[in-house]
Design a protein around this ligand. Structure first.
Ligand code: PMP
Length: 398
């Protein structure tokens, strides 16, 4: 039966993890995978999460099947966070939200639904984008193409190219947009640029799919969500996938959501019924634990305040690491303009290093980043930053 099965390529980023784990170098540093570590290099367990779990443990409950669309209080909390609990769109029941298996799950439920709705639509993702965007939409049956995004020469966004590609796309094209903290480049659109994107999407009749995997890691929860309000103000129907993997440090619980903004409450009911079919035929219904934790934190004022503080702490630490990286690189003799490092937002930095330089970082220094030059700034800390900067300086000089 399996004799003809070909070996699939390793996932480029998870494959890097395997290589890292096998490296005997005691000074190795993993800047590959997108995970936030604290200053001790540890994956944090947020105090608000531990508190919610203690509450749950104090009043243990049996685990029946959840509704297909997940915990109602969770879906409501997601809507509050993404759109604002008092927003018109929520109050008039124009958002269908379903609990999903992480941000990836939200994207896939949305992709499968869109494939049924408009099977011949093309999907546009940014060039470059999170590796899984292409794979996920391709596996949902779509032809996936790109719009220009990264401008290597100017270390920023090729905005004119992006806008031109959106304007030229046929009506109905699905456009995947990173709501904040662009992965992998770290470069985000300004609010004025977003306004132009919204306008272009509206005029061309495109279907926006906002991927919000890092809300709160850029400028703040409300600030990072501002783009959602720009799309709402334009009166567009659109998709938003949410991930709590990073913002709650709940990677392994697979907590995310998909929200679909519709034009009327009646449409919303119908869309929700179709999303439920996608879920039912894939995994039936979602798991209880992670979403219960997130719902508890978001709906308990003291825990919510604690979460905002802890999330703010992660955001500030990342920013400090960006500043420290610039300083250490300068101290190591790099004279290039390094301002781009602090202009970037979120967990990642497109370092501008070549494939060869990234490979040398790995083989000579045990510093693991992605071949594209992407490094995870959220894995830098006060103990490893000097060594990382010295290694980068060494591969840049030679
Ligand atoms: N979208 C982007 C842009 C991401 O970077 C990630 C996580 N690396 C995801 C979606 C998926 O998040 P999750 O782990 O919650 O599935």
């Amino acid at each position: 039966l399996f004799a003809a099965v070909a070996m699939a390529p390793r996932d480029p980023i998870l494959g890097l993890n395997e290589q890292f784990n096998a490296d005997p170098n005691p000074n190795k540093v993993n800047l590959g995978v997108g995970v936030y570590y604290d200053d001790n290099g540890k994956l944090p367990l947020l105090a608000c999460v531990a508190a919610a779990e203690s509450q749950m443990l104090a009043a243990p409950k049996a685990r029946g099947y959840l509704p297909i669309d997940g915990i109602a209080a969770y879906d409501q909390a997601v809507q509050g966070l993404v759109f604002g609990a008092d927003s018109d769109v929520v109050k008039t029941k124009r958002v269908a939200t379903v609990q999903a298996l992480g941000g990836t799950g939200g994207l896939k439920v949305g992709a499968d639904f869109l494939k049924k709705l408009n099977p011949s639509a093309k999907v546009l993702i940014s060039d470059p984008s999170w590796e899984n965007h292409r794979a996920l939409f391709t596996s949902a049956g779509f032809q996936v193409e790109t719009y220009p995004y990264y401008d290597a020469a100017n270390r920023g966004i090729h905005f004119d190219g992006m806008l031109a590609a959106l304007k030229a796309a046929p009506a109905g094209t699905i456009v995947v947009l990173h709501a904040c903290c662009h992965n992998p480049t770290g470069y985000d659109l300004s609010s004025a640029q977003w306004e132009q994107v919204v306008e272009a999407v509206k005029t061309a009749g495109l279907v926006p799919f906002l991927d919000m995997a890092y809300q709160g890691f850029g400028e703040g929860i409300a600030e990072d969500g501002a783009v959602i309000r720009q799309f709402l103000a334009a009166g567009l129907d659109f998709f938003v996938s949410t991930s709590f993997s990073k913002s709650f440090s709940l990677y392994g619980e697979r907590v995310g959501a998909l929200s679909v903004v519709c034009s009327t409450a009646e449409e919303t009911t119908k869309v929700l019924s179709q999303l439920k079919i996608v879920i039912r035929t894939n995994y039936s219904n979602p798991p209880t634990h992670g979403a219960q934790v997130v719902a508890t934190v978001l709906s308990t004022p003291a825990l919510r305040a604690q979460w905002e503080e802890e999330l703010g702490g992660m955001r500030v630490r990342i920013r400090q690491m960006r500043e420290a990286l610039v300083q250490e690189l300068k101290a190591a003799g790099i004279t290039d303009d390094l301002n781009f490092i602090t202009r970037q937002k979120g967990m990642f930095s497109y370092s501008g290093l070549s494939v060869e330089q990234m490979q040398r970082l790995r083989s000579e220094f045990g510093i693991y980043g992605v071949d594209s030059g992407r490094i995870c700034v959220a894995a830098l800390n006060s103990k490893n930053i000097k060594a990382v900067a010295a290694a980068i300086a060494a591969v840049k000089k030679a």
